[in-house]
Design a protein around this ligand. Structure first.
Ligand code: ZN
Ligand code: ZN
Length: 403
């Protein structure tokens, strides 16, 4: 089985371009071939009218109920950074920020600091606050991840990040059991300033006239629930091919083998051919391979119609290479994790087109892969959580229910 997710590719008609969506305007023989050879429909990735984030959307596409599995973005970012979380951990995504005095934030991104964050992170990681261990890892630019590991933690705490310049907030417990976590979080912020303010990296930055990265602002607290790995849930060996950290983190959280593809950046310059090769290779050793291409979402957020069309055509070329060498037994699903309409420049609740084909799959009248054509297909209107079970059914991998 192969699941291809074109991140945010789904769209709305754009007036200046003949009222077409980017998918309708693009030349995409490979995508249309999948639609022609299988069944299509539209999909509410979370539920009708709900605007999906990429994280919750992917959880649904992997067959998990996002309302149960999702507690916040911290754990996903931590998994993406390669930290293996254990039950009871509370994880946060963080910014290195600049504060004058450890209380007021003057720059939430520390001048988008680019170098030295590994050394700063090292100074914080391994600290102990009360009986809890601090695991801290730098990400790209000003981003980082904090994991608190120890007894009695609860992610239900209020934010310390003011989300703009201004006074750092005090974290408060949002549930009776979260008092300790709130206290430790406040203490971590205080200690981060104590450790970082006079760090060598910051002394250098001061000399160069750059804003110091002298405090850490954690946010997006979450804990890992009991996410049963896909291997156990479905009896499938699963692999994920993705460029962006967030999606890689999700793959790790559900127990997929994450295939690192050199050149797969997740950006507009991603190496499509390398990704195609990685997908074909992974299909030889895995039952289910997931491929995410981020670029359409970026074009959508930029509101750039022409770029989105161009990105779709590049993805189609990659899909063409995959289809050419694909074993005919493989069930292929092509879809998006949400719509990112050019006119909205953000995610929207519009359902996404989905098309599935396999060796002896039913074939409907849909000839093209786009939002409007797919809507009349035999698949009807499904939810994101139903996609994987439907694929498994078509691949004859579902167990019988009853006698
Ligand atoms: Zn997305
Ligand atoms: Zn997006």
């Amino acid at each position: 089985m192969l699941l291809v997710v074109c991140d945010g590719v789904s769209d709305r008609p754009v007036k200046q371009f003949d009222d077409k969506t980017p998918l309708q305007a693009a030349r995409k023989p490979a995508m249309d071939a999948i639609a022609r050879n299988g069944i299509s429909g539209i999909m509410d990735v979370i539920a009708p009218g709900v605007v999906p984030g990429s994280d919750t959307a992917h959880l649904a596409l992997f067959g998990y109920d996002p309302y149960k599995a999702y507690t916040g973005r911290g754990p996903i970012e931590a998994a993406g950074a390669g930290i293996s979380l254990v039950k009871g951990d509370v994880a946060f995504r963080c910014n290195f920020a600049t504060s004058a005095d450890g209380r007021h934030v003057t720059d939430r991104r520390a001048g988008r600091i680019r170098s030295g964050t590994a050394a700063l992170a090292k100074a914080l990681s391994g600290m102990k606050i009360e009986d809890v261990d601090v695991i801290f890892k730098e990400g790209s630019e000003h981003r980082a991840v904090l994991v608190l590991r120890g007894p009695g933690l609860d992610h239900r705490v209020s934010e310390v990040d003011p989300h703009s310049e201004g006074e750092i907030l005090r974290s408060e417990p949002l549930s009776p059991g979260a008092e300790k976590t709130a206290r430790l979080l406040n203490e971590f912020v205080r200690m981060s300033h104590e450790v970082l303010a006079d760090h060598e990296v910051n002394r250098d930055r001061e000399k160069q006239g750059l804003p110091k990265a002298d405090i850490v602002l954690p946010r997006g607290a979450g804990s890992v629930g009991d996410l049963e790995p896909m291997s156990e849930r479905y009896g499938l060996r699963c692999a994920g091919v993705a460029g962006v950290t967030l999606v890689k983190g999700l793959c790790r959280m559900v127990g997929m083998d994450v295939i690192d593809v050199p050149g797969a950046t997740g950006g507009l310059d991603t190496d499509y051919m390398a990704k195609a090769k990685a997908v074909l290779q992974s299909l030889e050793t895995h039952d289910f391979v997931f491929l995410n291409v981020k670029a359409p979402d970026i074009a959508g957020h930029d509101g750039d119609f022409r770029l989105k069309v161009q990105v779709i055509e590049s993805i189609d070329m990659m899909l063409g290479l995959i289809l050419k060498d694909l074993h005919e037994d493989v069930v292929v699903a092509l879809t998006a994790d949400h719509s990112t309409p050019i006119s909205v420049k953000d995610h929207s609740a519009d359902p996404v087109p989905v098309t599935i084909s396999g060796a002896d799959s039913r074939v409907d009248s849909v000839r093209k892969y786009d939002e409007i054509s797919a809507a009349v297909g035999a698949l009807g209107r499904i939810r994101g959580m139903d996609l994987l079970p439907i694929m498994m059914g078509m691949a004859n991998r579902s167990a019988k229910f009853g006698a």
